[in-house]
Design a protein around this ligand. Structure first.
Ligand SMILES: Cc1cc2nc3c(=O)[nH]c(=O)nc-3n(C[C@H](O)[C@H](O)[C@H](O)COP(=O)(O)OP(=O)(O)OC[C@H]3O[C@@H](n4cnc5c(N)ncnc54)[C@H](O)[C@@H]3O)c2cc1C
Length: 376
C-alpha cells in the first residue's frame, strides 16, 4: 500500500487526505492545531463558489466540477454546506473581465446570463446601478459554509481511515536532495512514499524560496433586515472595486468586504482584530451600492490571511523526490477543494503531471483570477 503524509488540515490538506484514503493510500494527516481552527484560511465563516475567472477556462472548469464534489460531500455528511444562491457580477465596462468570463462560461456550457442593470431588483431589495453597464448572473454560484465544510471534510477523512496527528511537522533535510520524503514530529522522523506540505500561509516560513506573500484580510458581516438573507439575496462581486459579499447566512449578517490585498501578516501570532479603516471601506461601498445599509452595524468580523503568489496561480510542485508543495492558494482556493483534491491525487498517482503554471518557476506578476485590486 502506498503511504503519504499530508501536513496541514485546511480544506486543501483535508480534501486531499480524504481523496487519497478513498483511493487506497495509507494516509497520515498532520495538523498543528485542529481542523477548522480559526487561524487557518479555511476557517472563514463563508467562502464563495463561482465559475467566472476572466479569460481562464481551467479554473472555471475545476470550479464547476467542485460544485458536484460539494454536493456529494453534503450527501455523505447529511448537512447543508453549500447555499446555491447564485451570484451577480457588477460590470462597469462592456468588454472587461465580466464579458470575458461570460464568453468562457458559455463555451463550457456553464449556465450564466447577461442582464440589464435594472434587473438588479430581481436579486436585491435595493441596488444602485447607475455606474454599471450590465450584470452577469451565475445561477449555480453560491456560498459555502467554509469552516463547517472543513471540519466535515476532516471528519470524513478520519472515518475513511486517515490517521490524524496533532503536531507541528518539520521537513527533514537529506544528503542527495534538499529534503527527504519524511517529516519530523517531536524529534521523531516518519517516512512515507510521498509527503505533501499543504500548509497555507505557513508554507513560506517552512520552505525557502517559495514565492508566497502573506497578507492580512479583514472580513465583515453587517446586521441587516431579513430580506437581505440567502437565498433571496445572492452573492455579489464588484470586480472593478474589489468588493464582494453575500446575503446573510446562519444569522451572522450580510457579508460586505474588500478583496484588496492587506498588509504583510504572520498567521500564527498576528493580531486577529479588524482595522477600523477596513470597516470604513466596506461601509463606503455599502453607501454607494446598497445605500439603505450604509449605517448597518457590524455584526460579525474575522481576520484571515491570503497566501499570495505573484500571479495568483497555485503551487503544486515536487521539490525533492516524493516531497510536494501544495499551496499559494492566492485567496481563491476554497471553492475548488474537492475537485482540486482529485486533480492532485492524480498527480501523486502519476496519472498526469501538474500544469506547468503551478511550478516553482519565477512568476510574472499579474492579476485576473480574483478582482482588479483597485479600491474605487
Ligand atoms: C478573507 C478571505 C476570503 C476568501 N474568500 C474565498 C472565496 O470566496 N472563495 C474561495 O474559493 N476561496 C476564498 N479564500 C481562499 C480560501 O480560504 C483558501 O484558498 C483556502 O482556505 C486555503 O486552504 P489551505 O488548506 O491551503 O490553507 P489553510 O486553511 O490555512 O490550512 C493550512 C493548515 O496547515 C497547518 N499547518 C501549517 N504548518 C504546519 C506544520 N508545520 N505542521 C502541522 N500543521 C501545519 C495550519 O495550522 C493550517 O491548519 C479566501 C481567503 C480569505 C483569507
Amino acid at each position: 500500500m502506498k503511504s503519504v503524509i499530508v501536513v496541514g488540515a485546511g480544506i486543501w490538506g483535508s480534501s486531499l487526505a480524504l481523496r487519497l484514503a478513498e483511493t487506497g493510500w495509507q494516509v497520515t494527516l498532520v495538523e498543528q492545531h485542529r481542523p477548522g481552527h480559526v487561524r487557518q484560511s479555511s476557517a472563514g465563516e463563508t467562502r464563495l463558489l463561482r465559475c467566472s475567472h476572466g479569460d481562464d477556462d481551467w479554473y472555471a472548469r475545476l470550479a464547476w466540477q467542485a460544485r458536484d464534489g460539494w454536493r456529494r460531500l453534503e450527501e455523505r455528511a447529511g448537512e447543508e454546506l453549500y447555499h446555491e444562491a447564485g451570484m451577480v457580477w457588477f460590470a462597469r465596462t462592456p468588454d472587461g473581465w465580466e464579458h470575458r468570463s461570460a464568453q468562457v462560461l458559455k463555451n463550457l456550457d456553464i449556465p450564466c446570463e447577461v442582464l440589464d442593470p435594472s434587473d438588479g431588483r430581481r436579486f436585491f431589495p435595493e441596488l444602485r446601478a447607475d455606474d454599471l453597464r450590465f450584470l452577469l448572473w451565475e445561477p449555480h454560484a453560491g456560498v459555502l459554509r467554509a469552516r463547517r465544510a472543513t471540519q466535515v471534510t476532516a471528519a470524513l477523512a478520519v472515518a475513511s481511515g486517515v490517521r490524524l496527528v496533532r503536531a507541528r511537522a518539520v521537513p527533514v533535510a537529506g544528503y542527495a536532495a534538499p529534503y527527504q520524503a519524511a517529516v519530523e514530529i517531536d524529534g521523531e522522523v516518519r517516512h512515507a512514499d510521498r509527503v505533501v506540505w499543504a500548509c497555507g500561509a505557513w508554507l513560506p516560513a517552512i520552505f525557502d524560496d517559495v514565492p508566497v506573500t502573506v497578507t492580512k484580510q479583514d472580513t465583515l458581516h453587517f446586521a441587516v433586515p431579513s430580506a437581505w438573507s440567502v437565498p433571496e439575496t445572492p452573492a455579489w462581486v464588484d470586480h472593478g472595486a474589489s468588493a464582494y459579499g453575500h446575503g446573510d447566512v446562519d444569522g451572522v449578517g450580510m457579508k460586505a468586504t474588500s478583496d484588496a490585498e492587506g498588509e504583510p501578516y504572520e498567521p500564527e501570532h498576528g493580531s486577529r482584530e479588524v482595522d477600523a479603516a477596513g470597516v470604513e471601506r466596506a461601509r463606503a461601498y455599502l453607501r454607494r451600492r446598497f445605500p439603505s445599509l450604509a449605517q448597518a452595524p457590524v455584526l460579525f468580523s474575522q481576520v484571515c490571511q491570503y497566501a499570495l503568489t505573484p500571479d495568483a496561480e497555485w503551487i503544486v510542485d515536487e521539490v525533492s523526490p516524493g516531497v510536494w508543495l501544495f499551496g499559494g492558494d492566492s485567496g481563491h482556493g476554497f471553492k475548488h477543494g474537492p475537485a482540486l483534491a482529485g486533480y492532485v491525487a492524480g498527480v501523486l498517482d502519476g496519472d498526469h503531471a501538474p500544469e506547468p503554471r503551478f511550478g516553482l518557476h519565477e512568476r510574472i506578476p499579474s492579476r485576473g483570477l480574483r478582482t482588479s485590486g483597485q479600491v474605487l
